[in-house]
Design a protein around this ligand. Sequence first.
Ligand SMILES: *Cc1c(COP(=O)(O)O)cnc(C)c1O
Length: 408
Amino acid sequence: MHRRGYYTQFGGAYLPEILVATFEALEAAFDQAKADPDFWQTYLKVMTDYSGRPTPLTHAANLTRHFGGAKIYIKREDLNHTGAHKANNVMGQGLLVQRMGKTRVIAETGAGQHGVATATMAARMGFECTIYMGEVDVERQRPNVFWMERLGATVVPVRDGTRTLKDAINEAFRDWVGNMDTTHYVLGTACGPHPFPEMVTYFQSIIGQEARRQILAQEGRLPSRVYACVGGGSNAMGLFSGFLDDPVELVGVEAGGKGLKSGRHASRLKASDASIGVAQGYKTYFLQNDDGQMRETHSIAAGLDYIGVSPILAHFKENGRARFEAATDEEVIAAMSLTMTREGLIPALESAHAFAQAFKEAPAMSPEDILIINQSGRGDKDIFTVADAFGDPAWQAFIRKKAAQYGA
Ligand SMILES: *Cc1c(COP(=O)(O)O)cnc(C)c1O
C-alpha cells in the first residue's frame, strides 16, 4: 500500500492481490496522460465539439430578486451531452482507455445515468460495452436500460443479494478480474480505490476551472460560497476544484431524505449515524450498522442514494475546508418548483439539493455576496418522481391508461 491516494486517513486502495497490477497500470497511464499537455487539449476538444462545453454560468436574476440577498449564479452542467456532468468523467476515461490500448469498457449503474453516459462514450469511441445493473434497478429504470441497449451496450441484470447497486458493483469487479487485459472499469464517481477519486476529480475539475474564469469575467470577483450536491462526490469535487486556493466557502449538500433523525436518508458527512470504515476498496464514511453491514439509504434523488462518499470530501469534512449540509425531500421539491417557475430551469432532483441549501442561506447574505450553485444535471429524467410529488391528477390518469394498454 502506498501513501499516494490517501487524504489523511481516507482513501487508499484495499484491493485483492489479483487486481493490484491492473490498478498500478491504470495509475501509470493516468500519470503519463496528465504529464502530456496534448492529453488535456484533446480532452478539451472532445468536450467542446461533442459535449457542448464550456457550459454557461447563468445569472439567476429572478431568484436573486426573490430572495433579496446574495447574487445567485447557476453553473449549467445540465447542458452537457446526456444531460449531466457525468459526461466529463466518462469521456475523459474513454480517452485514457484509448491510450492504454484497451477495447472494452464495463460499468455499474444504479439509477442508470452513468450507464447511459458510459454506453454513449463507448459508441462514440468504438469500445465494446457491458453495463451491470441490479435486477431491481433494471425494472425501476426501464427507459435508461432501453437507451443503453439502443446505444449498443449489453445490460446484465444482477440477481445476487439485494439486486441493487452494491451487487452490481461486486459483479463488475468480478468481470474486471477475468478480463483485465482488454477491459477498463469506468467508475462513475470520485469514490473507490485510488486512483479513481483523484482521476475522476481531475476530469470533473473542468467545471470549477470554467466557473472561476466565468465569474471573474462576468463579475470581476470571486463568489463567497459555492454549492454542489453530494452523491459519490464527483460534481462537488469538480466545482470545488476551481476554488480550493481561494477564500471561497465550499458547501456540499447531501440527501436528507425524510430527515436526518428519521434514519431514512443518504447523508454520510452531515448525519451523526454514519461512521468510518473500509468497503469497496477504500476508506471513508459509510452508512453502515455496528457490524459493518451496509444500510438501506433513502433519497428522492436516485443519484444521491449511495452508501459511501468521496474520500477527498471526507478529508475536507475533517480539515474543515468544506461544509456539509443535508436537504430533505420536501425542501428539494420546493426548491425545484421555485427554480422552474422563476427561472424556467428544470434542475435534476440531485442538483435541487444544492439549490435548496443555497435558498436557505441566500436571504441572510449581502447583495455584495455572490454564490454559485452547480446544476449538475437536467430534471427531465425525473418526470415520474416529480409528477408524483406534485400529485398531478392528469398525469396519474395518463399513466393508468398507458399501464392498462400495456397490460401492466
Ligand atoms: C449522478 C448524479 C449526481 C451524483 O453524483 P456525484 O458523483 O455526487 O456528482 C448528481 N447529479 C446528477 C444530475 C447526477 O446524474
